[in-house]
Design a protein around this ligand. Structure first.
Ligand SMILES: Cc1cc2nc3c(=O)[nH]c(=O)nc-3n(C[C@H](O)[C@H](O)[C@H](O)COP(=O)(O)OP(=O)(O)OC[C@H]3O[C@@H](n4cnc5c(N)ncnc54)[C@H](O)[C@@H]3O)c2cc1C
Length: 380
């Protein structure tokens, strides 16, 4: 999205991807909660969508469950993407806008000299030197761009969601809704998910709080989850990865540098979803790059527009969700049982996270008081 927006604003944009194919080896459950958000950002192609989901089912630690029909009053259901096609499709749109793309090209270092960045890269094993006035670091949670540019992106363990996921074939998967499973035995400080992909397939994963993780822990919890809940499921693919859940960084720019997406910790601290925010930030960074390069001033001060626009479009919500995450982490299994149980008999149509939390806490004011969060709803 950043390369596309930069090229559309008339820049000579170059996109480097270390893997040999854009869209391969994706570490993602591919869920988008509100499809309308996607349509606001990009021309959506049919092959990007694996399946449409019309509801959410939440399971409590005591095996109670509640379904929310998100689509019964409108078009606000979600998509499970086929990110292989989606990421490649976005790259194609960037290329059509004029961006050049180099795959199997790993950035290996950045040095600033005479107002330009000198980027060292390895292209199919051959060294490559690139000069550019401005670099957008969209290189994910392990971003080296940030480090090279002197921006501190270190995360505390409690602000990382450690994930393991299988692509599973099982004819018993409910293909109409996303399922979430809570409880400290299942996923301490996180949750397990089943996101249906059509044709009897689903992304089945677990995310746990980094401070409650350990070597191979997410994977072994996922194996146990599979045995318990999907004993007939067959695993076709496995991915592991981390998601930043820290809320917004204090600064995502430096002279001639902007960070976007996971590199800038823009994923949702509560759910771990980061696709939509990464896309939004990519557009804002590409547009800001256009203005800055055309004006001949790529200093940090001139890139402040990017941070200011992110504050409104992304950071405000991230801060609220960070509060919600910290509250969620205080919940014992008993609390989760009570919260989910209290939703029975409620009108759960057309729910977003905020209205859901609002119902939950109106039903459980004592728990809210005990957790010491009196103005939570306003903060969400
Ligand atoms: C298991 C799991 C499940 C998830 N599920 C969801 C979900 O259902 N919904 C959702 O919205 N979000 C989900 N997320 C989060 C989501 O995947 C990320 O927020 C999103 O992909 C961030 O996009 P990005 O472009 O910032 O980073 P990435 O998608 O990580 O892309 C970074 C790219 O940079 C490339 N790169 C890195 N270093 C270099 C280098 N030195 N040189 C060249 N290229 C480089 C990488 O190869 C990669 O292609 C999930 C994450 C995980 C780990």
């Amino acid at each position: 999205m950043a390369a596309k927006a930069a090229a559309e604003s008339g820049l000579n944009a170059l996109l480097l991807e270390k893997r040999q194919e854009i869209g391969e080896a994706i570490r993602c459950a591919e869920g988008i909660s509100f499809r309308s958000e996607l349509y606001e950002l990009v021309r959506v192609q049919p092959d990007w969508i694996s399946s449409e989901v019309h509801g959410v089912r939440m399971h409590s630690p005591n095996n109670d469950s509640v379904s929310i029909d998100v689509n019964s009053k409108g078009e606000c259901g979600g998509y499970i993407l086929e990110r292989k096609c989606f990421d490649r499709g976005l790259a194609l749109q960037a290329a059509r806008a004029g961006a050049r793309i180099l795959v199997k090209t790993r950035a290996t270092g950045l040095v600033r000299k005479d107002g330009m960045w000198r980027i060292a890269a390895s292209c199919g094993g051959h060294p490559l030197q690139i000069e550019a006035p401005l670099v957008i670091g969209a290189d994910g949670i392990e971003s080296k761009t940030a480090r090279w540019a002197g921006i501190d992106t270190r995360l505390k363990l409690e602000d990382i969601m450690v994930c393991a996921q299988f692509l599973v074939a099982d004819e018993g998967i409910d293909q109409d809704c996303c399922e979430f499973f809570f409880g400290n035995r299942i996923a301490p400080g996180g949750y397990a998910w089943i996101f249906p992909k059509g044709r009897g397939l689903a992304n089945v994963g677990i995310g746990i709080q980094g401070s409650q993780s350990g070597p191979g822990k997410a994977l072994s919890l996922l194996e146990r989850f599979m045995q318990d809940k999907m004993p007939r499921g067959r695993m076709l693919q496995m991915v592991t990865g981390g998601i930043p859940t820290s809320g917004p960084m204090s600064s995502t720019t430096s002279d001639g540098i902007m960070l976007v997406g996971d590199a800038a910790h823009q994923s949702d601290p509560l759910t771990g979803g980061g696709i939509i925010n990464a896309m939004r930030a990519g557009i804002l960074a590409g547009e800001t790059a256009g203005k800055a390069v055309h004006s001949g001033d790529v200093s940090r001060a001139s890139l402040k527009g990017y941070e200011d626009r992110c504050k409104i479009a992304i950071d405000k919500q991230l801060k609220r969700r960070y509060h919600a995450k910290n509250l969620f982490l205080k919940l014992a299994d008993e609390d989760l049982n009570n919260l989910i149980g209290s939703l029975h008999g409620k009108d759960l149509t057309s729910m977003n996270t905020r209205s859901l939390m609002s119902v939950l806490f109106k039903q459980n004011p004592r728990m809210l008081w005990r957790l010491g969060v009196s103005n939570l709803i306003e903060r969400l």
